[in-house]
Design a protein around this ligand. Sequence first.
Ligand code: 13P
Length: 340
Amino acid sequence: MNAQELINTTRTLVAGDKGLLAMDESNPTCNKRFARLGIPQTEEARRTYRELIVTTPGLCESISGVILYDETIRQAKKDGTPFIKVITDAGIIPGIKVDTGAKEMAGHPGEKITEGLDGLRDRLKEYFQMGARFAKWRAVIAVGDGIPSRGCIEANAQALARYAALCQEEGLVPVVEPEVLMDDEHTLERYSEVTEEVLRTVFNQLYTQRITLEGMILKPNMVLPGLSCPKQVAVNEVADATVRCLLRAVPAAVPVIAFLSGGQSSELASARLNAMNVRFKSRLPWALSFSFARAIQQPALEIWQGEEAHVLAAQQALYHRAKLNQAARRGEYKAAMERT
Ligand code: 13P
């Protein structure tokens, strides 16, 4: 492992108030999103959509890295130019999702364990040779009656740490994503407790597995009330609860925390990230950034709808969303910018 190279890659990913664009939906997830809009669920439709994303003019002004899926990293533009070349030529760093998905966890009804460690070293070598310089692994933690269990939290944290160790050995910056799912009715307080416990466990494991914290990225959920919780709260309350939780659990050596969006609307995800930076940026040890999938892609996907004639308008929407999130990193986002 060359620690300095990992640190340099991480610095490049954080620089210029840019963020990450997650476009690593697995085929089933991508198909589900296409199906909702009546877009054909074919390899060619997925390729066409990903071409739209990676050829968006000016994307590199606000996006430093894109996270790809195994199918996508092997695909090319219609004219034959590999996506990896298009991305790298645009000055964006290619990343790759390397877990093989969250599966039912034995002995733990309602909970999941993320798989993909077997053979991972060889897959990472291949991805590095293809040009990837960072990777992503997502653990999912469900909240409910009697869950999450310690067994689920610990097994997922250990898998994240073993993945991160292999990434660093192979020269890829690990994006460590322990996602507490926010799609039900629990309160902000409950999600705050669970997120803190999960993060503390993850960092214990990262320490045990000898991870260089300066050469990694944490990708957590924001601390929110559940999407269907009757008690919603103001943007500033989400900002305060999220930062309080992170300050308790994330070591200062971690250079950047890049949030997932987790089903929030695009506008709320930007506004909440912005509020954290407005209120706390000058006092925090790590940068607060974004690594959104839905909150950055959704408007573009809805405009595109699988139609060639809509490509330019969809690219403009994607460019705009990326710019708004860059403004949120700076604490300069305003709701009025949504309409410009
Ligand atoms: P969302 O921003 O849509 O939550 O996705 C982020 C991600 O990469 C999920 O793994």
